[in-house]
Design a protein around this ligand. Structure first.
Ligand SMILES: C[S@@+](CC[C@H](N)C(=O)[O-])C[C@H]1O[C@@H](n2cnc3c(N)ncnc32)[C@H](O)[C@@H]1O
Length: 317
């Protein structure tokens, strides 16, 4: 998963062609772009290479900031690109400093974890390689790590978490197993507890490691991933100028549901029927993608991580 020196392997940007097409509808590169999730800088680099005028990129992960910094270096030095260690929720706070107070033409959010996280066992994202139960995108944030949840939450709280954020059918059973085994300090110890508590799904082949959903649930809670997306979407819309586009790539159904419903709500245009006075609502966006765009079979072959990616795009009216 990593190179011979243990360094994270470069993150392959997903749906790259589709993102560029979505953000450059008439083939022209936009003047001002926000990449809310710089990661290893793959999408940012491609946007700069496609000719965008200026790029403002964010990431909460200090490793991502270093990697993206290397990839974007010439443009950071020339002042064409700007890289900020902050959450994309705060994107609006950084516009005035660039003279972009009247808005931007495109916002990209490629949310969640990156392969870089899973390639660094010391970050605690991988159940296959031993590391501390951390899972924070920003270990400098002061937020509690995953070990806090695993070792201190009650059975009911843990079960709810696994059910809600992991969509884990065995939530109660796994929560009980965690309680009986704790304190748990490492990713592999937690994965072993879940594996020992697991039962083969009735009538279905086992396709994923039994700890997959537990780790997903913990990661979502540790980083408040769903709350962050919910808060950030309206901010991103506010940051756009009319005609600007917002593109969001999500990797699981809980994230995609938030994006889908928010975009649908924004696109609704409700007028009172003649003679009736009902609450009215003007559409704020046009749906560019009626259905989510998914990776082609060729892309999935090259980058299996793209398999669950869904891209949704709106244009501000
Ligand atoms: C899927 S990766 C992005 C990969 C990137 N598009 C590329 O081409 O390399 C998601 C990134 O979002 C970052 N991230 C997660 N939550 C964030 C937040 N609230 N604000 C900013 N970045 C965040 C993660 O640290 C991770 O680096």
């Amino acid at each position: 998963m990593s190179d011979d020196h243990g360094a994270p392997r470069p993150h392959v940007p997903v749906l790259l062609r589709e993102v560029l097409a979505a953000l450059m509808p008439d083939g022209h590169a936009p003047e001002r772009v926000i990449d809310g999730t710089a990661g290893a800088g793959g999408h940012s680099r491609a946007l700069l290479d496609a000719g965008v005028g200026g790029l403002l990129a964010f990431d909460v992960d200090p490793t991502a900031i270093r990697l993206a910094g290397e990839r974007l270096r010439p443009d950071l030095d020339s002042g064409r690109a700007h890289l900020v260690h902050d959450s994309y929720v705060h994107m609006a706070d950084h516009l005035d400093a660039l003279g972009w107070g009247d808005g931007v033409d495109a916002v990209l959010l490629d949310v969640g974890a990156s392969s870089m996280h899973f390639d660094q066992p010391e970050r605690g994202f991988s159940f296959l390689r031993e590391g501390p139960l951390d899972m924070r995108f920003d270990p400098t944030s002061g937020r509690p790590p995953a070990s806090d949840i695993v070792n201190h939450w009650s059975h009911a709280e843990l079960a709810d978490l696994l059910r809600e954020y992991g969509e884990e059918p065995e939530a109660g059973r796994y929560a009980r197993a965690i309680l009986e085994a704790r304190p748990l300090d490492t990713t592999t110890a937690l994965a072993a507890v879940i594996k020992a508590a697991s039962r083969p799904p009735r009538g279905r082949p086992i396709t994923i490691h039994p700890a997959t959903r537990t780790f997903q649930a913990l990661r979502i809670a540790v980083n408040d991933e769903l709350g962050t997306i919910e808060r950030a979407l309206p901010v991103a819309l506010e940051c756009l100028r009319a005609g600007g586009r917002l593109a969001v790539i999500s990797f699981h159904s809980l994230e995609d549901r938030i994006v889908k419903h928010t975009f649908k709500d924004w696109a609704e245009d409700i007028k009172s029927p003649p003679g009736m006075v009902l609450p009215e609502k003007d559409a704020r966006v046009r749906l560019v993608t009626k259905k989510p765009v998914e990776a082609s079979p060729d892309e999935v072959t090259i980058n299996p991580r793209a398999r669950s990616a869904k891209l949704r795009v709106v244009e501000k009216l």
